[in-house]
Design a binder for this molecule. Structure first.
Ligand code: NAI
Length: 330
């Protein structure tokens, strides 16, 4: 089967090729899927898309006109696909529901530790032969209260790591996880109480109309002075302007982000020769208590192997016409 693989990055190609073993003809395309690039899928029965691709109605219509019937997502989330349009046009869709919650959970904790112990600042100092410790004070994670918003696969993995550190865990989710309550003494509460009582807050809910700007000016105002906020889920869970205001007033003491509400066209790409036009991220980069990574939390060999193998499995199922447990029922 001919498959157009949009937003194919150098880091994932060996994994895709190893998983595919020549079964499907993969058309590896660097551009992101959009109305302008959808024509690149000509003669393909399926397309594979990444989180940065935008499968809008207009784009899906162009894919449909070219005979594409199947979309397979190299991601768990599917907020970048117009589901209603996909249904109306008769597309079938599948995703990679879980590729390694540990990859994202461990990166989340890496951000916490690096911010807390000021590792980037310390590293830069030592390289300049400045071995002074002034300004590098951290805090013990042990005994601190961490608020985990969303205790699905990734949130649960974060809870289990932090429980090992001796943190007290508050959590908020639509559903309580009895295993986390029993094993890690997690206390479920509402979002406002969690924000008020936590020393560290970390976000692990999907982006939906209900969770959009979950962290806003009012919630930040209710947080502890000097709170640490970590977002490795989706950028628009936080109102970035409100976070910048919180950093300026020192209400937010640390901010770690792997995702950004305006990351499209910025993250995953080398802009080192360009002028940075985004004033919000430019301002964020001026704070020495902000740590930014560009959507790399998933980037481990285990996760990439699982993404590639599941993608090829999804394509196999579609080609053979057999039921696929990864199908998104639209
Ligand atoms: P999951 O589906 O296992 O867990 C999500 C949890 O959020 C569920 O327990 C659900 O009940 C809860 N939830 C949903 N809506 C809610 C609401 N309105 N209020 C409270 N709780 C709500 O998903 P998983 O695998 O843990 O992933 C979480 C998110 O992490 C994804 O949606 C995605 O945005 C992000 N992610 C980030 C990656 C990165 O590289 N930075 C990679 C993969 C996922």
């Amino acid at each position: 089967m001919n498959v157009a693989v949009f937003s194919s990055h150098a880091f994932e190609l060996p994994f895709l090729e190893r998983a595919n073993q020549g079964r499907h003809t993969l058309r590896l395309l660097e551009p992101r899927l959009s109305e302008q690039t959808a024509m690149l899928a000509r003669d393909c029965q399926a397309v594979s898309i990444f989180v940065t691709d935008r499968a809008s109605r207009a784009t899906l219509e162009i894919l449909h006109q070219q005979g594409v019937q199947y979309l397979t997502l190299r991601s768990a989330g599917f907020n970048h696909v117009d589901l209603e349009a996909a249904r109306a046009l008769g597309f079938r869709m599948a995703r990679v529901p879980a590729y390694s919650p540990y990859s994202i959970a461990e990166h989340t904790v890496a951000l916490m530790l690096a911010l807390n112990r000021k590792l980037v600042r310390a590293h830069n100092r030592v390289r300049e032969l400045n071995f002074s410790l002034n300004g590098l004070m951290g805090f013990d994670m042990h005994g601190k209260t961490v608020g985990v918003i969303g205790t699905g696969k990734i949130g649960a993995a974060v809870v289990r790591i932090l429980h090992g550190f001796g943190c007290r865990i508050l959590a908020q989710d639509l559903y309580e996880d009895p295993g986390l309550k029993a094993d890690c003494q997690v206390t479920y509460t509402d979002c406002d109480t969690l924000c008020r009582e936590s020393d560290i807050i970390t976000l692990h809910v999907p982006l939906t109309p209900e969770t959009h700007y979950l962290i806003n000016q009012q919630r930040i105002a209710n947080m502890k002075q000097g709170v640490m906020l970590i977002n490795t889920s989706r950028g628009a869970l936080v109102n970035t302007a409100a976070v910048i205001a919180g950093l300026k007033s020192r209400k937010i003491g640390y901010f770690g982000m792997d995702v950004y509400e305006e990351e499209e066209g910025l993250f995953f790409e080398d802009h080192s020769e360009d002028i940075l036009m985004d004033d919000k991220i430019a301002r964020l980069m001026t704070f020495n208590n902000v740590l930014i990574t560009s959507h790399q939390a998933f980037l481990t060999d285990t996760a990439l192997t699982n993404i590639a193998e599941t993608t090829v499995y999804n394509l196999d199922c579609f080609e053979k016409g057999v039921e696929c447990e990864n199908e998104i029922l639209i």
